[in-house]
Design a protein around this ligand. Structure first.
Ligand code: PMP
Length: 291
């Protein structure tokens, strides 16, 4: 494994950063999780754009251009000879004093790890998963905006702990107004009367790359889609529900807070959207391969 840290390629054992790094001390940094399918990086430009948006929003200067970053990611995939896998791209504020002041960190650190993707067991996709609503609310957009993919995941981790205590894989986070925001590491969708619905991204959700791709795939098969403020009632009474994320892709949800969703099994519209989403991935792979 060849890991990139600030201009150097090192093996796993040597991939170390300082204990004075503000990413470690304060969660001061931003990151991306990116999928490699068949040797191509899925939605490379979109991930790089989101990373730089997160950096801009947190006044973090990444010491290379967006084009150079895209090149670096391609180089990392080639160096690691990975055809299917996962890239973790991390930018930290860098090494500074023990105090919080980011001005003591002269330069941001850039880390690129290419690894295997740890896939969820197939039964989650065929049977669907149970989720609960966490009592922890999603960070409010007027604190740390959830559209910033920052290294500070404590909010989501608190909710993840609640999910685990309830024997669930994921938890739904509500925003401050009590509307559905997203899950700890996934966006949420539901289907009612054939319409695909998801909370609007200004309701406290990350603008998921998978979320966008799923909306595009659903529209491609003629499905109506809508990003709209959503309540738990909307989820409980939906015909179908599923989660999206880079690692999970699309996972059907069959129980929420003890309520059975629809028939209690992954529904036909979810299957149709999943098929369209997989076709979109294949299509983008082939387009990228021709370049
Ligand atoms: N929400 C949160 C909080 C996340 O961390 C993630 C990424 N794992 C997502 C949603 C899904 O985003 P993406 O489709 O870009 O992976």
């Amino acid at each position: 494994m060849q890991i990139y840290i600030d201009g150097n390629w090192v093996g796993k054992e040597d991939a170390k950063i300082s204990v004075f790094d503000h990413g470690l001390l304060y969660g001061d940094g931003v990151f991306e999780g990116i999928r490699i399918y068949n040797g191509t990086i899925f939605r490379l430009k979109e991930h790089v754009r989101r990373l730089y948006d997160s950096a801009r929003a947190t006044l973090l200067t990444i010491p290379m251009s967006e084009e150079e970053m895209a090149e670096l990611l391609l180089e990392a995939v080639a160096k690691n000879e990975k055809t299917d896998g996962y890239i973790r791209l991390v930018i930290t504020r860098g090494v500074g004093d023990l105090g919080i002041n980011p001005a003591t960190c002269p330069e941001a650190s850039v880390i690129v790890i290419v690894d295997d993707i740890s896939l969820y067991p197939e039964e989650h996709y065929t049977r669907g998963i149970k989720v609960i609503t966490a009592s922890t609310r999603r960070n409010s957009p007027d604190a740390v905006d959830p559209r910033i993919k920052s290294l500070n995941y404590l909010n989501n981790i608190m909710a993840k702990l609640e999910a685990q205590q309830a024997g669930c894989l994921e938890a739904i986070l509500l925003n401050r107004e009590g509307k559905v925001a997203e899950c700890t590491g996934d966006n949420i969708f539901y289907i009612r009367d054939g319409v695909l619905l998801t909370p609007a991204s200004d309701q406290g959700a990350l603008k998921g790359i998978t979320r966008d791709a799923v909306i595009e795939a659903a529209e491609g098969i003629g499905m109506e889609t809508r990003a709209t403020p959503s309540t738990l009632y909307d989820l409980y009474t939906a015909d179908e529900c599923f989660l999206t994320g880079t690692a999970a892709e699309m996972i059907p949800v069959t129980t929420i807070d003890g309520r059975t969703i629809g028939t209690g099994t992954p529904g036909p519209d979810t299957a149709r959207v999943r098929e369209a989403f997989q076709a979109l991935i294949k299509n983008e792979e082939q387009t990228a391969a021709k370049k």
